[in-house]
Ligand binder design. Structure first.
Ligand SMILES: [Zn+2]
Length: 235
């Protein structure tokens, strides 16, 4: 499909989405993040999200298929699959806006409680962006970012689980890459993701059921690529 990359289709991922990587995680772990600039709501047609009856968190069907294969493999390796359950996946821009406002209010209140003068709005937002994505910029808008149940343990304890160690070694083979500050947050972003999505869309438009092969993640990225460019610290 020919189109000007400078004018992305509404409601789609940009083909030129940023891949950010850092090779500073354990055992060469690096990030490879979905560019979550969303040009419309929802980020994907509703039919591409798993129905709520199947998974309440409504992940993208492609990410869900890869996650299922991954959990099956983890269980075969002897892990209790419960901490790998999907705690959260798809999040609307409206919900992210609520979260954003709530956390800004919290920041203001905390400063006031500490007896500090109010910060200029721009500075307050700059600090908040380190930890919270702005509405429209969260990878969760795509349904491709999964927060696993490891979330309930918090970051420090989450990193000490056998589950995290297993994910570090194996998640990439299923198309999942970490967001290093949050051991529970993994994003489905294998090489060829955009083509995989386009293929799925074409099949759905023709009324076809996507074949299992399409739902399988492509080959994992060799550990040395892509080159680390920048680390975005927003969820
Ligand atoms: Zn997350």
């Amino acid at each position: 499909m020919d189109r000007d990359p400078a004018t992305p289709m509404p409601g789609s991922l940009r083909d030129d989405r940023v891949r950010s990587g850092v090779a500073r995680g354990p055992r060469g772990l690096f990030q490879r993040r979905v560019r979550a600039a969303v040009f419309g709501e929802p980020a994907f047609p509703d039919v591409e999200l798993v129905p709520a009856e199947v998974c309440a968190a409504r992940p993208h069907v492609i990410a869900f298929a890869a996650w299922r294969a991954m959990v099956t493999a983890a269980a075969a390796d002897g892990l209790d699959p419960a901490p790998l359950a999907i705690h959260a996946a798809y999040r609307s821009v409206a919900l992210q806006a609520e979260i954003w406002r709530y956390r800004l209010d919290e920041r203001r209140a905390r400063r006031a409680a500490d007896g500090l003068p109010p910060l200029p709005e721009r500075e307050l937002e700059r600090q908040q962006r380190l930890w919270t994505a702005k509405p429209g910029q969260s990878a969760h808008h795509t349904g491709l970012a999964l927060d696993l149940a490891l979330y309930h343990l918090g970051a420090r304890a989450g990193r000490r689980t056998p589950h995290y160690a297993w994910l570090v070694d194996h998640a990439r083979a299923f198309g999942f890459y970490p967001y290093l500050p949050e051991p529970w947050h993994w994003e489905y972003d294998p090489p060829g993701l955009v083509a995989q999505l386009a293929d799925l869309r074409a099949r759905l438009a023709r009324g076809e059921t996507p074949p299992p092969a399409l739902l399988r993640p492509p080959d994992p990225v060799p550990i040395a690529e892509p080159a680390p460019r920048m680390l975005r610290r927003s969820m």
